[in-house]
Design a protein around this ligand. Structure first.
Ligand code: ZN
Length: 243
């Protein structure tokens, strides 16, 4: 079974379509780690496109914001404006899809969450010290997370040691080696590692091979739609910088 691993689409259907076209014929099932909506101009299109695929999707903090399940006043002003626009724009059917997303999922050797195993909606795993604290909070060898929009692999050397972090090598097979790992495939719709290309991963569950990938997409067309919908300027410009 080959898995298309995606996260943080953030209502960017152009990047989402580019990833699907680029990976066509190379996977059997989709694992989506949440934040399907929020920030971008295409919340309905992204929810609808996702539902045409054989998929399992988890809830992210921006999906919850769209449902009013968390207080958008805790967001920064730009994210809040985008969240309120998303709430007003989502159709009732697409809102219902988001309502039913699970917060964690365990399948075989893999735990799936949006943010972190101990705080599945909220916590940012941005450094090895935070990753280290999260290893006791899942039981499988491997955990896939999104949320930070930064592709990375955290590995626990042994049960007493601290996690080490490694940046992925793109388009190269990476063998999951039995050491416990927390892996972030990166964000499709709003990368934040100073690389504007859409990020995703392919996992071969049979051979235990994972591959991080980056691909270009038509950023300008997304920015034009954001402008048309009067979405915050900072959110529009950050797409071309990958910040
Ligand atoms: Zn996100």
């Amino acid at each position: 079974m080959r898995i298309l691993l995606i996260s943080d689409i953030h209502a960017n259907v152009t990047a989402f379509e580019a990833v699907l076209a680029h990976s066509e014929g190379q996977w059997d099932f989709v694992w989506c780690l949440g934040d399907v909506v929020g920030y971008g101009p295409d919340p309905n299109q992204c929810v609808e496109l996702l539902q045409t695929l054989p998929q399992l999707c988890l809830a992210g903090n921006h999906d919850w914001a769209a449902l009013n399940r968390l207080d958008v006043k805790t967001f920064n002003p730009d994210a809040r404006r985008a969240a309120e626009w998303t709430q007003a724009t989502l159709t009732p059917e697409n809102t219902r899809f988001l309502e039913h997303l699970p917060v964690t999922f365990v399948i075989g050797d893999y735990t799936l969450v949006h943010a972190s195993p101990r705080e599945p909606i909220w916590e940012y795993i941005l450094e090895p010290a935070i990753a280290t604290l999260n290893f006791p909070h899942f039981e499988t060898p491997y955990c896939f997370v999104g949320h930070t929009h930064q592709p990375v692999i955290y590995t626990l050397p042994d049960e007493s040691g601290n996690a080490e972090s490694n940046l992925p090598k793109y388009n190269e097979a990476y063998a999951l080696n039995g050491r416990r790992q927390i892996i972030n495939p990166g964000s499709i719709g709003q990368p934040r590692d100073q690389n504007p290309k859409a990020a995703y991963g392919i996992l071969d569950m049979t051979s235990g091979i994972f591959e991080h990938r980056r691909i270009p997409y038509d950023i300008r067309s997304v920015q034009r739609r954001m402008l048309e919908h009067n979405l915050p300027e900072r959110l529009i410009t950050r797409l071309e910088h990958g910040l």
